[in-house]
Design a protein around this ligand. Structure first.
Ligand code: SF4
Length: 936
């Protein structure tokens, strides 16, 4: 018999190029298979520290992102009215001439008239350098509307939070609780971690109003009422205090729990921490019974310490905590109804946490030495771990909620101990190791320092001499004193209102602000197109860079087209948002595995050109010539501090890691190494990082900081107390009258919980409306992806069984959803595993007609919708004559998840409402049928 000859292993590629995925923010290593010079397919890189070969649906669909018909093709200038979509393609030289013509006069006269904000890019150490060189104080990235509450609460409390800062000890933990997480920023590592945990039979709790994503595979789902996570967490804290299930030794040694607090109500230092003449925090020493500096050799800090000195009583932070958290307001019975979690269940969960932490403790035979010089024979682990992200942070009580979660971890002794939560180098870093905000503007000169940072009291606020905000987004003001990531979501409305001042140019990158990245979408569109009495735009100039024909492109005057992630250089830098693991320091690159076939340029390379043409410090040589020819040149040759550049690997002659001279062959070495560099944390430095001198010394060697900086965890955040003191009338810098009560109430130095229901008119709008990013599209900027949109081409509003029954909904029904701000009409679907008083939908599936090169009748435009139409950047009027920002009052984080709505059944319209007129697509439409074959 003749058998047919079948090639069972056809050659799939003739070359593999290893780079870094950018289909979400997780930044996995990928092998891009090339055939005939084209991308044939993408697989995970098994050697890569982040994903170890794992690839998600988004990652493999990168080929469709790279080939998307919506890619911009060339620089463009607007020729029709804003929003018309009428553009003319121009050369890069013309584009630069236009940009320089706008920007140069601003820089020479009033640099603050440039507002430069970037979206989800990960080159902030570079873009902020550019903005500093320009001299504007108005720079930030999108953290203010994403998860600044989580990041800032983590840094202020313990020197880092989750994702880029830290992760559960997946290999050892015996119980994991995830809060407010569906699919997440740390995508593949969490999937891999949960896989390990479940394979070991360890229990996974998912705390989330919605049972999707990771919550769907959790062993126990806690369908909490949105916005009450802090109350639930503090009730767990209450139970642990009540049962005495606290790691007292850990608290005494490594946290500010034993530090003495001034108790003299008449003192200007009331509530501040006691310090010695060297400014060291003071504790009572159990060995001597006397006060001592916290880090003195041999000191045994007393958690129950108190001291009366010079007529002033002091008590330890721990005593304040016990008093606060044993209060009956946090008892499970008191919080059950509000959180939607029964008292019995809260008590059981607290008991389980205590059992795993203390009865199932683990010990590693690893010696280590702490900062007091004490030697420890073992590393003792409390194997409960937590992970949380946007779900608990995107509320107006999010900062205190995130703080509460960190306090819960700390009282269990489970941070930086085996089986608990572990920091990823270069974290942890105490808040004092980060810059303070800078806003010193001088025409024609660079800003006086980095824009963003951490405030430690009223003196650090970005206020002008007359007390008005120095920044257009009003970050670091009395309204939001600790807005460490800026407040990008307030930029357009403040610029439009000319409050605190008018700007000339809005320059944005990768931020779809006229659609899914803004609250009050229609209002923002009106602000972007609004004209004054003379027919001039109220926001005079808008420059925008994007790789795709997004909704925002239409509202810009000048477009600088970016590349796709396979066509560009990038560095995933330790100076920025690194990709390290708890056991390893790592950084990575992207490089052009394919050259662009269009007249586009990586945005960062365009900034190098523009910086040189504007003569920005840092972007020109002494003779005025261009310093960096492109971003690759910057990555290779930029020196941030002596011996420290954007990439830590292969420095000097290629053998130096961490510190070393720049290496002209560095990028080649990364490419040879698979696109990344990794070095493992020494075993004796792997835990107790903030206090472990082996880690501290290793971190200095690797350039994370320049000298050892051991510190205590801040259960009590003293800077918050300083803001409170100012609100109580202490000091020369005090808040305006209308903000005093709010600051006193919200800025408690120990975590509290407060309700935002009244502000959001919950009595009239009793249902909470949320969004989540779908697993197949999390962070996949541009949902036009031909493969992924087959998974999520439209988004129903998911409603709970209770709401479904109350409205007598049937499959295929539509509902009118009304908030204090607006109304939408959308298709509904039933979801049983959903908090009873909650509705939700997938975020950013809905598209504007004409955008993303989609057909005008694409399901994304006819059935897809945005909840953004219902959310306003200001809270509903309260009758006090003021409109308060819809933000966390401490950090300014956009309170996306405080949205309250009413819902009722309605007749199905022809398409979801509001239906907005089509935009003219500057790139035409994609073909209805996409098919190609790479190679033979
Ligand atoms: S999309 Fe995100 S999780 Fe998926 S492979 Fe790419 S970087 Fe990793």
């Amino acid at each position: 018999m003749n058998q047919p000859v079948i090639d069972l292993s056809p050659k799939v590629s003739d070359e593999i190029r290893k780079t870094t995925c950018y289909m979400c923010a997780c930044r996995c290593g990928i092998n891009v298979h090339m055939k005939d010079g084209k991308v044939a397919y993408i697989e995970g890189n098994r050697d890569h520290p982040v994903n170890q070969g794992v690839l998600c649906a988004k990652g493999s669909a990168g080929i469709m992102q790279h080939n998307a018909p919506s890619r911009l093709k060339a620089p463009m200038k607007r020729v029709g009215p804003r929003g018309s979509g009428e553009f003319e393609e121009i050369t890069w030289e013309e584009a630069y001439d236009i940009a320089v013509g706008i920007l140069k006069p601003i820089r020479e006269t009033a640099p603050e008239k440039l507002a430069f904000f970037t979206g989800r890019d990960q080159s902030q150490s570079f873009t902020s350098l550019w903005a500093q060189g320009f001299g504007t104080p108005n720079y930030a990235a999108h953290g203010g509307f994403c998860s600044v509450n989580m990041a800032a609460a983590g840094i202020y409390t313990m020197g880092g939070a989750f994702w880029e800062f830290g992760q559960p000890d997946w290999d050892r933990t015996k119980m994991v609780m995830i809060f407010g997480v569906a699919e997440d920023h740390d995508s593949n590592p969490i999937k891999m971690g949960l896989g390990k945990v479940k394979a070991r039979g360890a229990k996974v709790y998912g705390v989330n109003p919605i049972r999707s994503g990771y919550n769907a595979v959790a062993d126990e789902w806690v369908g909490i009422t949105p916005g009450t996570d802090g109350l639930f967490i503090l009730s767990l804290v209450h139970e642990l205090f009540k049962a005495g299930k606290l790691d007292l030794d850990y608290l005494a040694q490594f946290t500010n729990a034993p530090v003495l607090v001034n108790g003299d109500e008449k003192s200007e230092d009331f509530g501040l921490l006691m310090r010695d003449k060297d400014n060291k925090l003071m504790v009572m020493d159990r060995a001597t019974g006397k006060p001592a500096a916290f880090d003195a050799k041999g000191v045994k800090p007393d958690l129950a310490g108190s001291l009366r000195e010079a007529g002033v009583s002091h008590r330890s932070v721990f005593q304040h905590m016990a008093e606060k958290y044993l209060d009956p307001q946090y008892a499970p019975e008191a919080v059950a109804e509000r959180t939607g979690i029964s008292a019995e269940r809260i008590k059981r969960i607290a008991a389980e946490l205590a059992d795993v932490a203390f009865n199932q403790a683990i010990e590693l035979d690893r010696e280590w030495t702490d900062f007091r010089g004490n030697k420890h024979a073992k590393m003792v682990g409390r194997p409960v771990s937590f992970h949380a992200m946007r779900g608990i942070s995107a509320h107006a009580n999010g900062f205190q909620t995130c703080r509460a979660l960190h306090v819960l971890q700390i009282i269990l002794g489970s941070v930086e101990t085996p089986g608990g939560m572990r920091f990823k180098p270069p974290y942890p870093k105490p808040p004092e190791a980060h810059p303070k905000p800078h806003y010193g503007v001088k025409p024609g000169q660079a800003l006086d320092g980095p824009h963003l940072g951490f405030t430690h009291g009223p003196d650090d606020l970005a206020l002008k001499d007359d007390g008005s905000p120095a920044r257009i987004d009003k970050a670091f003001t009395w309204e939001n004193p600790m807005s460490s990531h800026g407040m990008m979501h307030m930029v357009i409305s403040n610029a439009h209102a000319g409050n605190p001042y008018k700007i000339d140019t809005l320059f944005m990158y990768m931020a779809n602000m006229s659609w899914n990245s803004s609250m009050n979408t229609r209002g923002v569109i009106e602000m972007l197109t609004d004209q004054d009495g003379d027919g001039n735009y109220v926001i005079p100039n808008i420059i925008y860079s994007d790789a795709y024909s997004s909704e925002m492109v239409t509202y810009a005057d000048l477009i600088l087209p970016d590349t796709t992630y396979l066509e560009r250089h990038d560095c995933i830098s330790l100076l920025d948002r690194p990709i390290c693991e708890a056991d390893a320091v790592a950084d990575a690159i992207r490089w052009p595995v394919v050259e662009p076939d269009r007249d586009v340029k990586g945005f960062q390379s365009a900034l190098c050109d523009l910086g040189a043409r504007l003569g920005l410090p840092g972007f020109v040589n002494e003779d005025g010539s261009q310093k960096y020819q492109d971003y690759a040149d910057y990555i290779t040759n930029h020196i941030r501090r002596p011996g420290v550049g954007p990439l830590a690997g292969f420095r000097g002659n290629g053998d130096d890691h961490g510190r070393g001279d720049s290496n002209p062959n560095q990028l080649d070495r990364y490419i040879e190494n698979g696109g990344f560099w990794v070095e493992h944390v020494p075993e004796d430095a792997a835990f107790y990082k903030p206090w472990n001198m082996n880690y501290q010394d290793w971190a200095v060697k690797k350039s994370f900081f320049d000298k050892p900086q051991p510190y205590l965890f801040n259960l009590y955040v003293e800077p918050m107390r300083k803001f409170q003191l100012a609100a109580e009338g202490v000091g020369t810098r005090q808040p305006p009258e209308h903000l005093r009560e709010r600051i006193k109430h919200t800025m408690d130095p120990l975590p509290i919980w407060y309700s935002n229901d009244e502000d959001n008119r919950a009595s009239e709008y009793p249902i909470t409306a949320l969004t989540q990013r779908p697993m197949a599209m999390y962070h996949s900027w541009g949902g036009q992806n031909a493969w992924l949109r087959q998974i999520h081409g439209q988004n129903p509003l998911y409603v709970s069984q209770k709401i479904w029954d109350e409205n007598d909904f049937s499959e295929g029904d539509w509902a009118k959803v009304t908030s204090p701000h607006g109304e939408i009409t959308v298709p509904v679907a039933l979801q049983a595993a959903l908090n009873a008083n909650t509705v939700w939908t997938w975020n950013a599936i809905g598209k504007r007609k004409g955008a993303w090169a989609l057909e005008e009748d694409a399901p994304e435009t006819t059935k897809g919708f945005l909840l953004n139409h219902l959310i306003h950047e200001l809270l509903p009027p309260k009758g006090d004559g003021l409109r308060w920002a819809n933000s966390d009052p401490i950090t300014g984080q956009a309170a996306w998840f405080d949205l309250k709505v009413r819902i009722c059944k309605t007749n199905a319209p022809s398409e979801s409402q509001p239906s907005m007129p089509a935009q003219k697509s500057p790139v035409g439409k994609g073909p209805s049928h996409l098919e190609w074959k790479v190679g033979k």
